[in-house]
Design a protein around this ligand. Sequence first.
Ligand code: PRX
Length: 649
Amino acid sequence: MPEIKPECSQASGPQKIFSWPYHRYMSMYRHSLEDPESFWATEARKLNWAQQWEKVLEWQPPYARWFVGGKINASYQCLDRHVKTWRRSKVAIYWEGENGETRTLSYSTLFREVNQCADVLLKLGVKKGDIVALYLPMITELPVFMLACARIGAVHTVVFSGLSAQSLGDRVNDCKAKVVVTADGGYRRGKIFKLKQTADITVNSCPSVEKILVVKRTGEDVPMVEGRDYWYSDLIDEDVHYVAPEAFEATHPLYILYTSGTTGKPKGVVHSTGGYLVFNHSTFKWIFDIREDSVFWCTADIGWVTGHSYAVYGPLSHGAAIVLYEGSPDYPTIDRWWDIIEKYSVNIFYTSPTAIRMFMKYGEEYPARHNLSSLELLASVGEPISAEAWCWYYKHIGQEKCPIVDTWWQTETGGFMIAPSPGIEPMPLKPGSATLPLPGIDVAILDAEGNELGTNQKGYLVIKKPWPGMLMDIYGDSELYKKNYWSRFKGVYYPGDYAMRDEDGYFWLYGRADEVLKVAGHRIGTAEIESSVAELDEVTEAAVASRPDEVKGEAIVLFISLKTGYKPSDDLKKAIVGHIRKNIGPIAAPDEIYFVQSLPKTRSGKIMRRVLKAVASNQGLGDLSTIEDQESVTEVKKAYEALKGCTRD
Ligand code: PRX
């Protein structure tokens, strides 16, 4: 690992830390773009294929099919190949319950549990291609069910356990899941949340669901419907040790994961088996530089893509030991995470800027109470990390000896796209920059008209070539897939982010360019909240903007105009918040609600989001010089003044 010494005392802006030529990365990157097929074929050979592919890539824009003709099994990749070696007795998962319970699973125990689980699914009639929804807390059964689905070719769709019944129902109905797996409950901040009851509310309105499997976690009584609901533990056959992993086509879907976009409903991102695994396996190694004896901890909930790619498939496909923690970062004490790092001697730690900002606020005395000397590498994901947070992380968690890898990617990309890659070659770091694109990732920054921009010019990030981890489609909505990612700029993938490339070729990511918010690292579409609020009788129209928040990054501000006859009140505010929590989940609850006479709109009827944002964040309108039409500048200014006046009341 290189010695990296940022001048964190002057952490106010981008700064260059260290500089040396990085030939290995450069030559790998060049080769990957000149001959992507041979490059990715070499990477793919690192995995265990049941059948070799015939074609590395079939590219019929905008659809990419990777390793066509190849057959592979994801659960074999993550388990069987390890239990055939000494790794059978190696720790796969150190699990830490919020209430202090612990479990340590070796690869052979995990293997047995996955096989028994696959047997249960088969007994319930789950077949290749069936969709299984996993609505579970962060317990070991969650990766077990994912790998069991993968073993038999069922497609899992994990639904974050903090999402509401309605959100679960929307997802289950969209993909027509046949089985829902949930738990009697889970622990969050010392309290039990009743997952089975929440799932019940939903499942009654989900005609596709035939069975509900319930994992015991809290031991509380839960209502069970005969013939539909089963305790998972009752179905496990202890005599089963092996269910043969069938080899599936590389293009067989491994999972669907719902994420928010600019439409009112979350969309189901479909990932392949072969391409996804190749991308996941290689990027995990490049970025985390994993060693056989590393203990790896990704704090993300498995309900999100980070948990899929880098808490489950990536580390397990490398036979790594992972930490899985069930609960809140600061419960029951503020130093819970630092305690876990010390307890398991974690070497590689992957978390989000929002968590770092929260711990910064608590103060450095909490990590200082712990021996964090096992740490070797720190990583960040989910939103831009400021130079200040980067340096705090570097100094107080990494104790000025761990590189910080800021990783830019998305649910749709399946894995890292722009990030330092110490596993290829140590490279200079700059606090706040995700540094360089990974091999195979051909990036550019465009202006609004699609012209490529030069250095130090902020614009729209695009990816010019397909990569193996790229989503295959949006489940059941190919039109949306084409429109969302491939129509903004001709022939290139548009992720929806602003970025800039500096004079060293380093990338600076500036967040979303569309109507998607990042609240505490969670991706939330403004349209989702707006359409939920519009269901209320009192509401004529609603629009969401955000304001900067010290910990969460962005806070949600809701503007609402009421129907005649309804008056703003605190009770109404509470009812609106309650409605959103019930409809989407607590993560989408607004921080502030403004009642306004009417929403600011252009003559063509479009909501002036710029005005809302300026009012929400109590800032001016900024530079209006890019708006050519002088009349609309006047219009924007007028709307801003009117709305500001209105919200002050
Ligand atoms: O805006 C970017 C931001 O998160 C978005 C993707 O969100 P999601 O699909 O939920 O995946 C999060 C985990 C991969 C991106 O479009 N984002 C993610 N990582 C970074 C980031 N923004 C800046 N820097 C990052 N490192």
